[in-house]
Design a protein around this ligand. Structure first.
Ligand SMILES: [Zn+2]
Ligand SMILES: [Zn+2]
Length: 395
């Protein structure tokens, strides 16, 4: 029976492929950035209603939640898609390229949305195959902190949900392949804003000043010991100071220097420890130089932790659907993703969908102005999400 179900799902993905392509291209041509996904949300809501789902609009401002119920009552599982585009000017030259200047679906969220809708269409024909509810989450703002996910959760999107699944396109993997990574998969991303204040004066009389430039040089180098001396060599973390601003003349010691950077961690434990150490290191060096520091750490997305057993479950579902040679082990990334918030609430997994096609020249990475996808990969994405939901509702 399972084999006939996988065959049916793959056939239904084929059946709805043209519709997914149409939806993806419509969304691609009209990209909307974080919390402005009004047209996209409208298209999503209307498509879900046409497909027979119960639809809630305006969740987390522009988000949409659709519920599809099986023939019998049961548990609920959630399938998530993100809808936002990026502030990038598209350079693909595609016939359905962005019509909104300075905005582009360069992270594949147009296809994530089309895949979510495709999965809804597939499952609407398979209501006899599952008990309970498949809840489709179409969220705003994955790209911009604080992310749409915490607001979706606050507004009840996960209420009663026992498992959650989501996918992201991957430009490095062949179209139609799917990749899984158990445990910590993506990093937390916090923003650092540090101001070092000294006392200005003549560059030729430094002993009458407190030179924040020299203090800054020490601080930047000392912060590198956060990873090299304060993190288990078998663990991962990054600190990068990416901006320094201070001073204006060759002979004037300035009053202050401002630093901006990013901190990435692969565990909450080290993330919290790193915050503490940043304060100690910066304040300690400033104290020794009689300078003062103001430190602000803006919290970004948390560490994304895939549930081990749900990841193994999803991997076995993929093997049943596509065969083992289309399944790969996904690498961990120091990038961040707000799907992490859902995984803090309920177990599930976030996995990769390959979209690369070198023969067709589809190789550009996400967030690049030439980024595009091999659309045939959407069949695998929709089939995968639909099959995961059915199988997850079984136990
Ligand atoms: Zn992105
Ligand atoms: Zn993305």
């Amino acid at each position: 029976m399972s084999q006939s179900l996988t065959r049916r799902i793959n056939q239904l993905a084929e059946k709805y492929y043209d519709e997914m392509v149409r939806l993806r291209r419509t969304i691609h041509a009209c990209p909307e950035i974080a919390f402005e996904e009004f047209e996209t949300g409208k298209l999503v809501a209307e498509t879900l209603e046409k497909t027979g789902l119960v639809v809630k609009r305006g969740v987390a401002k522009t988000g949409v939640v659709g519920s599809l119920h099986g023939k019998k009552p049961g548990k609920a599982v959630a399938l998530r898609s993100d809808m936002d585009a990026l502030p990038i000017t598209e350079a693909t030259g595609l016939p359905f390229a962005s019509k909104n200047p300075g905005k582009m679906h360069a992270c594949g969220h147009d296809s994530h949305t089309a895949i979510g809708l495709g999965a809804a269409m597939i499952l609407s024909e398979l209501k006899d195959e599952f008990a309970g509810e498949v809840r489709f989450l179409f969220q705003p703002s994955e790209e911009r902190n604080p992310g749409g996910a915490p607001y979706m959760i606050e507004e009840g999107a996960l209420d009663g949900v026992s498992k959650v699944f989501g996918l992201h396109v991957l430009a490095q993997a062949e179209a139609g392949t799917v990749g899984f990574c158990p445990g910590e998969m993506m990093a937390s991303a916090d923003e650092l804003y540090i101001t070092i204040r000294g006392k200005s004066g003549h560059g030729a009389r430094p002993h009458h000043t407190i030179d924040p430039v020299v203090v800054t040089a020490q601080v930047i180098l000392a912060l590198q010991t956060l990873v090299s001396r304060n993190l288990d060599p078998f663990a991962q973390g990054v600190i990068s100071i990416c901006s320094i601003h201070g001073g204006f003349a060759p002979n004037i010691v300035p009053n202050e220097v401002k630093l901006v950077g990013t901190l990435r961690a692969m565990s909450d434990e080290w993330r919290n420890y790193a915050h503490k150490r940043i304060h100690e290191i910066v304040n300690g060096i400033c104290f020794s130089a009689r300078a003062e520091a103001e430190i602000k750490i803006d919290l970004g997305y948390p560490v994304l932790v895939n549930d081990e057993s749900e990841t193994a479950f999803a991997e076995s579902c993929a093997t049943e659907l596509f065969g083992g040679d289309r399944v790969f082990r996904a690498e961990r990334l120091m990038g961040a993703e707000d799907f992490a918030y859902y995984l803090q609430k309920v177990p599930g997994t976030f996995y990769r969908l390959g979209i690369r096609n070198e023969a067709e020249g589809i190789t550009a990475d996400i967030h690049n102005d030439h980024f595009t996808i091999d659309e045939s990969s959407m069949k695998a994405g929709a089939a995968m999400q639909a099959y995961l939901a059915i199988q997850a509702l079984k136990d």
